[in-house]
Design a protein around this ligand. Structure first.
Ligand code: NAP
Length: 283
């Protein structure tokens, strides 16, 4: 990698992806198929509502139809699964996104697993997770795939590098760790019980922050020349990385906003379009 500082601009990556998506949507429309994503929001968490709105707006910009299902905070697991089943059975729906997190009383895993694998465009089902671990997922989890896309778009070498992932959630830390491993990185996955986190991060050639804590990763944790990917998104539009401080030692870094977020949304829509293609072929 050159010694020049590289800002890993997610909007540039998303814009690049959109060109291909727009032409695929046009082909589908010629066949009379309107790609369609159903989003399910349970409860009134303002951040989740914002994410769902952003996804709906992005769909509209690309000519993808979006159906918004809003359920009250006291929805039961069974009621939620019934809604998911209706969408599973609806041939006009090509992708289903259940916005995480759902209220605590809901069995989120059971709800995720109710999504049919053909429509699991966010890669959240247990089967989708397992296929991702084998490197065989049709629709890998969107944020992890967005991270890999950014690394590839900017030609960042993965093979042989030591990647340190901070976070082990089933939608982000674990699947991105598997993807990096499948690409022949040496991966260390850290979590809240990790001892000497700072020392481990200092060993990383590629750092993936997926913690959910604003400005958590400090500048003096970063090995000079490391690549820093901030998947976090917290109140006040800040990531999990102290951007100003980590900018200095890093060779390449994603900003927040404008890093992983736009590529995640573009990936979700890309999966929905791909699903519309596949489901229409099988119809
Ligand atoms: P999550 O489910 O809350 O998981 C957070 C992870 O961070 C857990 O594995 C936790 O460890 C670990 N952690 C917490 N405190 C830690 C500490 N002090 N040291 C080391 N590890 C620690 O969060 P998530 O859903 O994966 O999301 C992570 C971040 O990504 C959030 O900021 C979220 O907003 C953002 N996000 C962004 C996008 C996007 O499109 N850009 C999409 C999804 C999520 P334990 O497992 O031990 O609890």
């Amino acid at each position: 990698m050159s010694t020049d500082k590289l800002i890993l601009n997610g909007q540039t990556v998303a814009d690049f992806m959109k060109e291909d998506m727009a032409s695929k949507v046009a082909i589908l429309k010629e066949k009379g198929i309107q790609p369609s994503l159903a989003t399910i929001l349970v409860g009134d968490d303002p951040s989740s509502a914002t994410y769902v709105r952003m996804k709906g707006n992005a769909c509209a910009r690309l000519g993808v139809h979006s159906i918004k299902v809003v359920l009250s905070a006291d929805t039961t697991t069974d009621e939620l699964i019934q809604e998911i089943n209706k969408l599973n059975d609806d041939p006009s729906v090509h992708g289903i996104l259940l916005q995480h997190p759902v209220p605590n009383h809901i069995d989120e895993r059971a709800a995720f697993d109710a999504i049919s694998i053909e429509k699991d465009v966010d890669g959240v089902t247990t089967l989708g997770f397992a296929l991702n671990a084998f490197g065989d997922a049709e629709f890998p989890s969107c944020t992890p795939q967005a991270i890999m896309r950014i690394l590839d778009f900017y030609n960042i070498q993965i093979e042989g590098k030591h990647a340190v992932v901070i976070g082990r959630s089933p939608i982000l830390g674990k699947p991105v760790s598997a993807m990096l491993l499948n690409r022949n990185a040496t991966v260390t996955t850290c979590h809240s019980k990790t001892v000497n986190l700072e020392e481990i991060v200092k060993l990383g050639d590629i750092i993936i922050a997926a913690v959910g804590k604003p400005l958590f990763v400090k500048g003096d944790w970063i090995k000079p020349g490391a690549v820093v990917i901030d998947a976090g998104y917290n109140k006040g539009n800040v990531g999990d990385v102290d951007y100003e401080a980590c900018f200095v030692p890093s060779a390449a870094i994603t900003p927040v906003p404008g890093g992983v977020g736009p590529v995640t949304i573009a990936t979700l829509i890309e999966h929905t379009i791909k699903s519309a293609y596949k489901l229409s072929e099988n119809a």
